[in-house]
Design a protein around this ligand. Sequence first.
Ligand code: HEM
Length: 492
Amino acid sequence: MKFKLSVVMAVLALILLWKIRGKQSSFERLPPGPAPNPLLGNLFQFNIKEAYKYYLELSNKYGSVVTIWLANTPVVIISGYQALKDTMIGLGEEFSGRAIYPLLMKSTYGYGVLSTSGHRWKEMRRFTLMTLKNFGMGRRSIEERVREEAENLVEMFKNCEGSAFSPVDMLFNAVNNVICSIVFGHRFELEDPQFKSLLRTVNTYFTILSSPLGQIYNVFPRLVSLFPGKHHQLFKDLEEAREYCKREAQARMNTLDPSCPQDFIEAFVLKMKEEKDNPETEYNFGNLVSIVWNMFSAGTETTSSTVRYALLLMMKHPDVQERVQWEIDEVVGQDRWPSVEDRQNLPYTDAVIHEIQRYMDLAPIAIPHKMMCDTEYNGYIIPKGVMVFPLLSSVLIDPKLWKNPNCFDPENFLDAVGRFQKNDAFVVFGMGKRACLGEALARIELFIIFTSLLQHFTFKATVPPEELNTTPKNCSFGRMPRTYECYAIPRK
Ligand code: HEM
C-alpha cells in the first residue's frame, strides 16, 4: 500500500515538474524586465494606483518591450510609437486577441465584441461597425441625434440659473442617450429609474475597474470574491443591466419589421432570425446582450468623462476658453448650432479638443490585448495567450513627438500659422485592429457637445483657477477625472 502511494506521489511530482518546466521553457525568450518574486511576481513592487507610471519607468530602463509578472502571469508591455506601430499594426493579427480580464469577463461572460477574440470577435466587430454605420455613424442622422442631446444639455445647464452645480449626471445622460437612441431606439429622461440604475452600474463599474480593488480583483478574482466590498453590489447591478437588455431584445422578437430594423437591437434580432438554422451562428442572445453592454460601458463613461474634463480644463485655463468662444462666435455665431462641418473652420477649437484628449490620457494601457499565437518580435518570443499592455501613455507624452508634452497646450496641434496640425502620435483611441470601434461617434459627440456648451456658457469654478486640481481621481485602468461643482454663466 505504502509502495503504491509513493509511486502515485512520484508520478504526480513528475507531472508537476514537467508542467512547470514546459511553462518556463515557453517563457524563456520573453522580453527582459525586473526580477519577479517567486509567488507575487512584480506585484507590490510598484504603486498599484498609478501602475502606468511604473510601466513608463520600465520602458525607459529596459526598452520598448518589457516583461513584468502579475503573480504568476507574465505581461508584455509595449511602448513607444514605433514599437506600437510594428506590433499593433504590422503584426496586427498576432496581437489582436483580448486578454481574459476577470472584471471584463464578469460583465460579458466571454461574449460580445470588447472582451472576445478570434472568430467571434471578428464577426461581432464587423457586424457592429456595419450596423453603426447604417444607423448613421459618420452620416448626418447621428449628428442630429447628438445635436438633440446637446440642445437638451444646454437647456438643463440654463435651468441651473447660474448657481453652482455638478455636471456629472447631465453629461452622462446626454452621452448615454446617444447610445440609447442607436441601441434601443429611444432616449431616457434624467429622472427615469431605469436610467438611474444604468448610470449607477456604469459609474461603479468604471470606478472599480480603475481602482486598486479592481486591479487586485483582476489578478486574484477568487480570493477577492471571498471578501465583502463594493464589487458584490456591482455584480448584482451588472446582472440587472443584462436582464434589461435581454428584455428589450425579447420584446422586439415578435414586433420586428424585417424590411426596416429601427435600431441596433432590431438589426441583431433580424440576423438571429436569418441564421436560426445555423448551429455555428454567433447571432445569439449572449452576444447581443454583451455587445449592448460593451457599447454602454465603453461608449458612455469614456466620452462623458472627457467632456467633464474638458470643462475642468476650460475653468483652469480661462484664456483658452475665451479664445475658443471667440472662434465659435466668429465662425458659427449665436444664431445657429455648431455642426461637424464647422470643424474645419475652427482650427483652434479642434486643437483644444485634441489636446484635452491627449493631456487626459484616458486609457494609458488601452484595453489589455492577448497574443493569438507564438510571435517573434525584436528577437524575443511572446507566446500565444500572453497578456499585452499597449502603453499608449508612452506615445502621448513622448518629447520627441510633441512640442510641449507635459502641459496642457493646444499648440501641440497647431502649426506656425495657427492651422490645425494632425499628429499620428494622437493614439488615444488605440492602434490597429482593436482600435476603438466608436471613434467616429466619440469625435462627433465631443465636437458638438463641447462647442454647443461654450457657445452658450462661460464656465467658472467655485475656487480660483490655480486651486483647481486637474490630476485624475483614479488612474489604474482609466485616468478618470475628478468630479466638481461649477458655474455655467449664460453668454449674452
Ligand atoms: C473619448 C471617447 C473614447 C475613447 C478615448 C476610447 C478609447 C478606446 C480605447 C483606447 C480602446 C481600446 C483599444 C485597444 O484595445 O487597443 C477602445 C475600444 C473600444 N471602444 Fe472606445 N473610446 C471612446 C469612445 C467609445 C464610444 C463612443 C464607443 C461606442 C460605440 C466605444 C466603443 C468601444 C468598443 C466596443 C471597443 C472595443 C473594440 C474591440 O475590442 O474590438 N468607444 N476605445
